[in-house]
Design a protein around this ligand. Structure first.
Ligand code: ATP
Ligand code: MN
Length: 469
């Protein structure tokens, strides 16, 4: 087969291809369908660069190789040379008149699971090694890429430095959830202390270590030196919560800013979320249109609703009053002091305001030790951003910068001082007001794709009883 430079289907369909019209080009990809008759065969080829296929037209008699053509079935992989021409058929602008085809890999129609359409998302989860080849997952993973890229772009444009915080940690100070232990000790015969406990001083790091639940504490160390930093990395929770919103391994974005108070923090979260959604609407039009058509008619309306509205900002106390006076029967009853459930959050966003909402000043008892105490002594300078369909999408706060107050909270909550001495030292040496927040990447992916299950917005989900692929 003659060597001709490969063209990505994205480039052919989305970029200026006029200089290639009438030229012999090459495309490579996976066959979505082959149809036709004795005289002509039509191959729909997809290379994953874009949701659309390109049509390859084969003049069967002139082409000759019947056996080769027969082996080009759904799922097989080919390389095709041919003339790029304006298409006569409906629904496509370009097609390729094949001159030569090389078959890289067959896909036995009796065995290849992705025949045609109509598989359930549940079934596709069981074939996570092949589901990227479907339109749905192609669209989702391209959006996932675009969203990641937009996150880095936003922070780079706004003077934030990307800080890599550790994945293996020696402390459980965050208290955000159960952790996965990291160890090289022999599970059958671990070394024991005199008291008969496992002796972790003999473990790889000389202490107990776990996979991180958040990069925030280390992020604060970065902010108190570089001013504005963000993390974007995997985090882990060993919670046995088999829900459509929880993963055992998920990605988190955590900006942390010196000299930001809670209002600056809210402004940043709002402009960040709007920027990301605007970026997707501009860059992922075709993939969003596909998901809207297939899964969620209101998808782009919901995305526009975020961009078009100023986020409502009210206190937790005001929110409790609204919920108490709503006359709604909630599964979890509301009173001042309770942690809000997603039914409450969604009521505020979807029924009461019909806009994104930011709640501030939560009771200290339901929030983490590092949040700055308000003068009332009862509430902390926390801020949660609530979205339709999702509930809490961002959780953040102004951090306690006062050494004595922070130390008091650490003692009160029974946190080992030996685990956080380094964190406390930032308040001893050149402390500064600062703030930050955490955004669960897959929760945002759920929102922007309209998918219903968090396992469908990450390529290879990790969940209780599931670490395949
Ligand atoms: P939830 O109440 O939903 O379990 P959380 O209060 O445990 O959330 P945080 O500890 O505040 O969440 O984590 C920060 C963000 O990370 C959350 O706002 C959410 O977007 C995301 N997140 C938390 N737990 C998970 C999980 N198990 N899988 C995916 N994303 C998660
Ligand atoms: Mn949780």
């Amino acid at each position: 087969m003659k060597h001709i430079k490969r063209q990505r289907i994205y480039d052919l369909l989305k970029k200026d291809h006029s200089h290639l019209l009438g030229e012999e080009i090459n495309v490579k990809g996976w066959v979505r369908t082959r149809r036709g008759n004795k005289n002509v065969a039509f191959i729909a080829l997809n290379d994953g660069s874009i949701i659309h296929n390109i049509q390859i037209v084969v003049d069967v008699k002139a082409f000759g190789q019947d056996e080769l053509l027969r082996a080009i079935t759904t799922g097989s992989c080919i390389s095709a040379n041919g003339l790029l021409v304006q298409s006569q058929g409906k629904g496509q602008t370009l097609e390729i008149q094949a001159s030569d085809i090389k078959l890289y890999g067959t896909a036995d129609p009796e065995k290849y699971p992705l025949q045609k359409k109509g598989h359930t998302l549940e079934f596709l989860r069981e074939i996570a090694h092949l589901r990227p080849r479907t339109n749905t997952f192609g669209a989702i993973f391209r959006i996932r890429h675009a969203l990641s890229f937009a996150i880095h772009k936003f922070f780079d444009e706004h003077g934030f430095y990307y800080l890599h915080t550790p994945i293996i940690t020696g402390s459980d100070a965050e208290g955000a959830g159960a952790m996965f232990r990291v160890t090289t000790l022999d599970p059958k015969h671990p070394p024991l202390t005199a008291a008969g406990e496992v002796d972790f001083s003999k473990d790889f790091f000389g202490k107990e270590t776990n996979l991180t639940v958040s990069g925030q504490l280390e992020g604060e160390l970065g902010a108190l030196a570089l001013s504005n930093i963000y993390t974007f990395g995997p985090t882990f929770r060993a919670e046995n919560s088999n829900t459509s919103r929880h993963l055992s391994e998920f990605w988190m974005i955590e900006p942390e800013m010196a000299f930001y108070d809670i209002h600056d923090n809210m402004d940043l979260a709002e402009s960040f979320l709007k920027y990301l959604i605007r970026y997707l609407l501009e860059h992922c039009e075709d993939d969003l249109a596909f998901l809207q058509k297939m899964y969620d008619e209101e998808l782009t309306d919901r995305l526009s609703m975020i961009i078009d509205n100023a986020f409502v900002r009210i206190t937790y106390t005001e929110a409790i009053n609204i919920l108490e006076q709503s006359g709604q029967r909630f599964e979890f009853p509301v009173e001042w002091g309770v942690d809000l459930q997603s039914e409450h959050e969604r009521y505020l966003v979807e029924q009461e305001f019909r806009k994104p909402v930011i709640l501030t000043d939560y009771p200290r008892s339901i929030k983490a030790f590092y949040m700055k105490l308000n003068d009332d002594g009862k509430t902390v300078r926390a801020m949660d951003v609530l979205f339709p369909k999702i509930g809490e999408i961002v959780g953040g706060s102004q951090r306690e910068e006062d050494y004595e107050k922070l130390y008091g909270r650490i003692k009160e909550m029974g946190i080992e001082e030996g685990d956080v001495w380094w964190y406390l030292e930032t308040r001893k040496f050149g402390t500064a007001p600062h703030s930050g927040f955490g955004l669960g990447f897959e929760r945002l992916m759920l929102f922007v794709t309209g998918m219903g299950n968090i396992r469908d917005v990450i390529p290879f989900p990790r969940a209780p009883q599931n670490a395949d692929f």
